[in-house]
Write a protein that binds this ligand. Structure first.
Ligand code: ATP
Length: 367
């Protein structure tokens, strides 16, 4: 069922006008008198929506336009064309109302007061947003329980480690209970333990508090653990809006299902032995046999319409009696590298229904 959209980007574009300095001393003088202006298209016709209680990961290589998109959705930047709508508010037109509806964490910057302990920043934010004392205490307790803040929240922010500071920033961004949260590389530079703590915190905010989260990250483990849906952006345009499984399918994610068949009749039917070079199984669209040794069969994808490993698994289990089973999928980092380097044409903007529908989470499995 389609979710009601909380974040909407409709044909969102941003063109930056920059001045280019000509080389050399004479060039610099000339640039002062008649600056050469160059237009840089950072985001072009970006169109997606995120539903209530949904976490969407906005992915793409460096310079793809992710931060620019987030800045338009948070009201920091005004779009050159198109429209952003967040919890019913056009962010750059009504920044005050928008500020009440959203929380934002930019991993590399802080919204806390540098010379004050984090706890005092929380109290200032409580007053700015008019959070009642009882609710404030409840939230602080909740955030402390999940992020273990109290051991360092009396330390001045300038003395906090990166991981401690970002945990405080996360808490600060949610003190006013916003329905929408924007996170631009929130776990950058964190150790693996703290990253996992932050991921649990975010899952809790989505699943238990029904918040809508838009996240950018270059950490593929984070994407696998958190994102039900991803929007892939490259050169400012959307390349794909869908599940991780769709990304794998489109950008050469390969897999193997190793099965030991329990029924000799099935083994007979499959035929062949040794390396078979992905013989398609008749009637099993896109699934082939890569190898067979006795009852042990290795299935793999064949052709462009090959199913995902999970779809293939369903088909194989449905068709054969299987005594033993193992899955293998290639690394998401490799798939994303292929996606970033590929020249596939940008995806048509999705229909409103498709854009808000959720897809099943991916669970890569080794074996
Ligand atoms: N204020 C600006 N003026 C001119 N160009 C800009 C400005 N801000 C961003 N850009 C350019 O717009 C493009 C998109 O930048 P953006 O920061 O949105 O990328 P990103 O996907 O967030 O990258 P990263 O993963 O490295 O953070 C880049 O080419 C960048 O150089």
């Amino acid at each position: 069922m389609p979710l009601s959209a909380v974040i909407e980007a409709r044909g969102l574009s941003k063109v930056f006008q920059t001045t280019v300095r000509r080389p050399g001393f004479a060039g610099a003088l000339k640039s002062l008198v008649s600056p050469r202006r160059v237009a840089k298209v950072a985001v072009q016709d970006v169109e997606f929506s995120v539903g209530r209680g949904e976490l969407l990961a906005l992915l793409g290589p460096n310079g793809a336009g992710k931060s620019t998109t987030i800045k338009m959705l948070t009201g920091i930047l005004t779009p050159t064309s198109g429209e952003a709508l967040v919890a019913g508010v056009v962010p750059h037109r009504d920044r005050e109302r928008n500020a009440h509806n959203i929380g934002a964490v930019f991993g590399q910057r802080t919204q806390l007061w540098w010379d004050l302990p984090a706890r005092e920043s929380f109290e200032i934010l409580r007053d700015i947003y008019g959070v009642p004392e009882g609710q404030f205490r409840e939230r602080i307790q909740e955030f402390d329980g999940l992020l273990e803040l109290s051991e360092f929240w009396d330390t001045r922010v300038r003395h906090l480690s990166l991981g401690q500071r970002v945990r405080c920033d996360l808490a600060a961004s949610l003190l006013h209970d916003p329905p929408v949260v924007f996170l631009d590389e929130p776990t950058i530079g964190m150790d693996v333990v703290v990253k996992e703590q932050v991921r649990r915190f975010l899952r809790h905010q989505v699943e238990e508090r029904d918040r809508t989260v838009l996240l950018t990250t270059h950490d593929m483990t984070e994407v696998e653990r958190l994102a039900e849906r991803v929007v892939l952006i490259n050169h400012g345009r959307i390349v794909l809006d869908g599940s991780l499984q769709e990304i794998r399918r489109r950008f050469g994610g390969t897999w193997q299902v190793r099965a030991t068949l329990a029924d000799p009749v099935d083994v007979e039917e499959i035929g062949g032995t040794g390396e078979t070079g992905a013989v398609p199984l008749p009637g099993f669209g896109g699934i082939g046999v890569l190898r067979r040794e006795g009852p042990r069969v290795v299935f793999g994808p064949v052709g462009e319409d090959a199913p995902t490993v999970h779809e293939a698994l369903k088909v194989i289990i449905g068709r054969f009696r299987v005594a033993d089973l193992a899955l293998e999928e290639n690394d998401l980092e490799d798939v994303m590298r292929a996606a970033y380097l590929s020249d596939v044409p940008a995806q048509e903007p999705p229909t409103a229904e498709a854009a808000t529908a959720t897809a099943p989470a991916s669970a890569a499995q080794g074996g």
